[in-house]
Design a protein around this ligand. Structure first.
Ligand SMILES: CC(C)(COP(=O)(O)OP(=O)(O)OC[C@H]1O[C@@H](n2cnc3c(N)ncnc32)[C@H](O)[C@@H]1OP(=O)(O)O)[C@@H](O)C(=O)NCCC(=O)NCCS
Length: 169
C-alpha cells in the first residue's frame, strides 16, 4: 500500500502565502473532521455525509489532505490512486478562503502524490456549470473526455468527466 499522505505532506499554497494567509497542506486528522464537514456543507447542495469523511480517514487507500491556515482548516481534497489510474473524489475550500490559491495547492499536492506512486491518468467529475472548478482543472491540464447525464442532484445536472494524463510537461 502506498502511503499517499506522507508523499504530499508539507506542501504550501504559494499564492495564499503571498497574500499573508499561508496554508500548509498536510494529511487530515480526526480533529479536522468537524471543519471539513462544515466546509462540505457550505460548498455543496448535496453534501457527503459526515460518515463518508470518517470512513475516508480510516481508509489507508485514500489520500485525504487538508489545507490549514492560522484560522484553522480552510479546505480539503480526497483522492485515490490505483494501478496507474486516479480520481479526485472531492475538493473544496471554505468560502471566505477561496481565491487565494488554496484549491490549486490542494489539487497540486494530490496530483504530486499520484505521480509519486506511478499514476498515469487522473479523472474527476464536475458540474457542467461549475465555472470556477472547471477553470482550476483546465489550468492543471484536465481535458473533457465524457459526460454523465443527470449525474448530480439539487439541482439535477450533467457531470463533465475530465481527465489529466501524466508524463507530459
Ligand atoms: C473550486 C475551488 C476548490 C477552488 O478553490 P480556490 O482556493 O478558490 O481556487 P484557487 O484560488 O486556488 O484558484 C485556482 C484557479 O481556479 C480558478 N478560479 C478561482 N477563483 C475563480 C473565480 N472567482 N472565477 C473564475 N475562476 C476562478 C482560476 O483558474 C484559478 O487559477 P488562477 O488564479 O491562476 O487563474 C473552490 O472554489 C470551491 O471550494 N468551490 C466549491 C466546491 C467545488 O466546486 N468543488 C469542486 C467540485 S468539482
Amino acid at each position: 500500500m502506498v502511503d499517499h499522505s506522507r508523499a504530499a505532506e508539507g506542501a504550501v499554497a504559494p499564492r495564499a502565502a503571498a497574500t499573508g494567509a499561508p496554508a500548509l497542506v498536510r494529511p487530515a486528522r480526526a480533529a479536522d473532521l468537524e471543519a471539513v464537514v462544515a466546509i462540505e456543507r457550505a460548498s455543496f447542495a448535496d453534501p457527503w455525509a459526515p460518515r463518508a469523511f470518517s470512513d475516508a480517514l480510516a481508509d489507508e487507500g485514500l489520500l485525504f489532505l487538508v489545507a490549514e491556515r492560522e484560522q484553522g482548516v480552510a479546505g480539503y481534497v480526497i483522492a485515490w490512486f490505483v494501478a496507474g489510474d486516479g480520481e479526485i473524489a472531492n475538493i473544496a475550500v471554505a468560502p471566505p478562503a477561496r481565491g487565494h490559491g488554496i484549491g490549486a495547492a490542494l489539487l497540486d499536492a494530490a496530483l504530486r502524490a499520484g505521480r509519486d506512486c506511478g499514476t498515469r491518468s487522473v479523472f474527476l467529475e464536475c458540474r457542467e456549470s461549475n465555472a470556477v472548478a472547471r477553470a482550476l482543472y483546465a489550468s492543471r491540464r484536465f481535458v473533457e473526455v465524457g459526460r454523465r447525464r443527470g449525474y448530480y442532484r439539487l439541482p439535477t445536472e450533467d457531470a463533465i468527466v475530465l481527465k489529466r494524463s501524466e508524463g507530459r510537461g
